[in-house]
Design a protein around this ligand. Structure first.
Ligand SMILES: Nc1ncnc2c1ncn2[C@@H]1O[C@H](COP(=O)(O)OP(=O)(O)OP(=O)(O)O)[C@@H](O)[C@H]1O
Length: 274
């Protein structure tokens, strides 16, 4: 699926939160978007998913401008690009399976979702996805009873329930400890590798972007100032993206993730077995 952003811009008042962003993604990959706070990363992702309207520009997906879609077509596009968030955005008092089934909202409509009316087939698929992510044993618990890392995996399961072509992740690990951050990033990476889905993730740490992404887009003050491979993301390039002076230290944008060590081998093995 080819995705081509042409001069996408979002203006809030007089501020250009995203200023003429252009890029093309020709094949499924994991893309990391990095940049300082306020650089426009969230606004860019939200425009792709149509949670925020663009002020101008086009997003061509297989030749069709998805920024111009309305009604049913817009909802179908939103089902194609599932979103996950820093704060997971689950329904806390609802059980895990029901939260996952909410991924069908765009496909099944509001009423069945609110009434919690699901087919046996849908429920089985939700449990299968939870099993794939290593959290099937949590299926009947309330979402609020789970750890942050488990909740983010439920959010990923909800996204997968939509069977999306793209997963958009807005700071998916910013609220997690290093071990859970690693599990969640491993999960997103494997979903790309095994399912061929594109993942576009806003990340606030350079080392995560370098380790997990095929491509990194750097934003500064609303503009795309870097677009390249992790290898091309040198300390100098990072300094330009973050607008830092000569005293710039990568450590300020690093987590303590030891990405070379498997965080949870049993979980990883189960995921690979599917
Ligand atoms: N709804 C809004 N109304 C007004 N200004 C907004 C709105 N949303 C974002 N902005 C502004 O747009 C700019 C970009 O914000 P955005 O949240 O996209 O940046 P970000 O790179 O994701 O930052 P962070 O990492 O802190 O989330 C900021 O100056 C922000 O204040």
């Amino acid at each position: 699926m080819r995705i081509e952003a042409e001069q996408i811009t979002r203006i809030f008042g007089t501020a250009r939160a995203v200023d003429a962003a252009s890029f093309a993604i020709d094949q499924p990959m994991v893309v990391g978007i990095i940049g300082s706070s306020g650089a426009g990363k969230s606004t860019l992702l939200r425009m792709i998913n149509r949670l925020t309207d663009a002020s101008s520009g086009r997003l061509l997906v297989e030749g069709r401008d998805v920024l111009a879609l309305k009604g049913k077509d817009k909802r179908a596009w939103q089902a194609d690009c599932a979103m996950i968030f820093q704060q997971f955005n689950l329904v806390p008092r609802l059980d895990v399976v029901s939260n996952v089934l909410h991924g069908l909202l765009n496909k099944r409509g509001l009423l069945p979702t609110l009434m919690n009316m699901w087919s046996r087939e849908d429920i089985d698929r939700a449990v299968q996805i939870l099993d794939r992510l290593g959290i099937a044993e949590q299926a009947t618990k309330r979402a609020e009873a789970l750890s942050g890392g488990q909740q983010q995996r439920v959010a990923i399961a909800r996204a997968l329930m939509q069977d999306p072509k793209i997963i958009l992740a807005d700071e998916p690990i910013a609220s997690l400890d290093p071990m859970n951050a690693q599990i969640v990033m491993d999960t997103l990476r494997r979903i790309h590798e095994e399912d061929g889905r594109t993942v576009i993730a806003n990340l606030h740490t350079l080392d995560t972007a370098r380790h997990y992404c095929d491509r990194v887009i750097g934003m500064r003050k609303g503009r795309i100032v870097f677009d390249g491979t992790p290898e091309q993301l040198t300390t100098g390039a990072a300094r330009d993206i973050y607008g830092a002076g000569a005293g710039f230290s990568e450590a300020t944008t690093s987590t303590a993730i030891d990405a070379s060590a498997p965080a949870d081998q049993a979980y990883a093995d189960r995921l690979m077995a599917d």
